[in-house]
Design a protein around this ligand. Structure first.
Ligand SMILES: [Zn+2]
Length: 315
């Protein structure tokens, strides 16, 4: 077998063991229902853990798609406010919280770009959040991070960040990404309060409005995967990664291996990339899972494991 390029198109990294542990235990993968044998990893998402796994698997590039939610951070800060504040005090504290969240988001994105400068195998996708910044400021932040810090893409998570993927507050960000030929990787799947913010069909309006924007709908739609083929066939500017869902086949709401492979064929295997969603799953296991799928050829699988990401994300 000739060797082939390997890329992990979906990785999360944390700044410390403590942060990784807290984030990982606080983010439950609930949407697929029951599956008795889901692969687990002990990793918490530190840089050292990732570098060891990249070395061991021959993965030369890993796309870092860290999550930041102003909405979640704001709620935690509000819950921690002392009781008995006057209205004026409360307003002032809320203003302080919002200012701090903006500082945190900027520092969070800079950290991602900084480690990527030291480790050329890392590809930094920064978090954009219109619940932290006003729309046009958010777009300007994206531009600054690309031009001054080497950001290579944008990560969105509508369900966790609390906005619809076609929320028009995102239009300036999409416009900037389209202009800079900057790909976006966006979580897809249901959310607990059934708002549908990140389901594949929530992408339709933005895909229509930004036909030259390369949008990666992550997890092939997750537990709302039955909407995915229609979106893929309607909008040629959609691409996909197969992480998470590939670990949850045979679950209550996930596809079978055969349904997953058939979905990839219906979309076009050249539009699908492998990701691990590390530190939820391991890089070697993600490669094994792609190779274990039925219906797809050896060459199609090898391209999903690397070459497709090079083409789609412009690596
Ligand atoms: Zn993820």
């Amino acid at each position: 077998m000739t060797d082939f390029i390997r890329v992990d198109a979906h990785v999360h990294l944390y700044r410390s063991i403590e942060e990784g542990y807290a984030e990982k235990t606080g983010y439950e993968v609930w949407e697929y229902g029951e599956q008795a044998e889901v692969h687990q990893t002990d990793c918490v998402g530190t840089l050292d853990e990732l570098l060891v796994q990249m070395e061991a698997t021959g993965i030369s590039k890993a796309v870092i798609v860290n999550l930041f939610s102003a909405k979640v951070n704001r709620q935690l800060a509000i819950d921690a406010l002392p009781s008995g504040l006057t209205e004026t005090q409360k307003r002032q504290r809320l203003g302080d919280i919002d200012a701090r969240i903006i500082d945190e988001l900027i520092a969070f994105n800079r950290w991602n770009c900084d480690i990527a400068r030291k480790h050329p195998g890392l590809v930094p996708f920064i978090a954009a959040d219109v619940n932290a910044f006003e729309s046009s400021v958010c777009a300007q932040h994206v531009r600054d991070m690309v031009e001054d810090h080497g950001a290579a893409g944008v990560k969105l998570h509508g369900a966790f960040q609390g906005f619809d993927m076609s929320d028009e507050r995102l239009w300036p960000v999409y416009d900037t990404c389209q202009e800079l030929a900057l790909p976006i990787i966006a979580h897809s799947g249901p959310d607990r309060d059934r708002s549908g913010f990140a389901e594949p069909r929530a992408f339709a309006n933005m895909l229509k409005a930004f036909p030259h924007l390369r949008m990666v709908v992550a997890h092939l739609g997750g537990a709302t995967w039955k909407q995915t083929v229609e979106i893929a066939q309607t909008f040629p500017n959609t691409f996909f990664d197969c992480c998470e869902i590939i670990e949850w086949t045979r679950s209550t709401h996930g596809p079978t291996d055969k349904q997953l492979a058939q979905m990839i064929i219906d979309i076009g295997p050249e539009r699908v990339m492998m990701g691990s969603d590390f530190p939820w799953y391991d890089l070697d296991h993600s490669i094994e899972r792609v190779f274990s799928l039925p219906l797809l050829s050896q060459e199609q699988k090898e391209r999903i494991i690397g070459a497709n990401a090079v083409d789609i994300l412009g690596l």
